[in-house]
Design a protein around this ligand. Sequence first.
Ligand code: SAM
Length: 266
Amino acid sequence: MNTDSSITKIPDKHDLYELCVQNPEALIPLLRAIHGNDPKALCEDFSGTSILSHTWADLSESHHAIAIDLDQEALQKHPAHPRVEKLHADVNDATASGDVLFVGNFSIGYHHTRAELIAYLKQARSRLQESNGVFLCDTYGGEGSFVLGGVHRPTPMGDGRLCRYTWEQRDADPLTGMVTDVIHFRVEHAGNIIEEYDDAFVYHWRLWSVPELRDAMLEAGFAEVQVYAKLADAIDDEGNAYISPVEDPQDELDDSFIVLVAARVS
Ligand SMILES: C[S@@+](CC[C@H](N)C(=O)[O-])C[C@H]1O[C@@H](n2cnc3c(N)ncnc32)[C@H](O)[C@@H]1O
């Protein structure tokens, strides 16, 4: 989570999204540990501002990333990085290759039909290193997955201001799997509302279940699929993650959960 106070001067919705939603410093150790063989090249599909790619490329001079998004404003949020290539493109047309291909914050749900999902996954598989490439995406599930309502989280902005982040599930149809998820931000100082961003981001997604993703990944040609809980405490002080696939869901997953689904090329 970015708590750099310099971004709080004139926050736009992308600044607030990075502050309240993203945590690349915690995510990257998980991606590297799940890959397991010192990956250097990241493809970040549906990248938004590409902050994950920037943070990845900052790991060392041999790390590099390709970020792909349809939103040019989001892609241009951060200045150019010598080891981050940004592609203003549809991920369905992407050919960029890497060791890890990551799709974050439930963006796999932009594929609304199984045919679209499998076509994308086949293409994704062809973009990964034949020896040890890994495709990773997240999804949510469990008893709350089709429940309507909001989750609120206050996030300090580092200069006395507070951003109240709301995740709202506005619509959810368990018969079609379609959901409408909405993000709102409210910036406050000393109890006063400074700025409000209602409906800052509105997503119409298919909420794919873990077994649906697993079946589609195997049908798309991946050799093996594993599921990992997104555990913050899996990371030690040096930023190394120790994580193993979920073996006992009743024991290891909460009633409502977020997981990373990993599909291995070989
Ligand atoms: C939920 S945001 C994800 C941002 C970031 N990856 C994260 O983990 O928080 C989804 C992003 O997907 C982009 N997007 C949606 N459909 C796309 C497509 N077909 N090709 C490329 N980008 C797409 C949107 O512009 C938006 O920036």
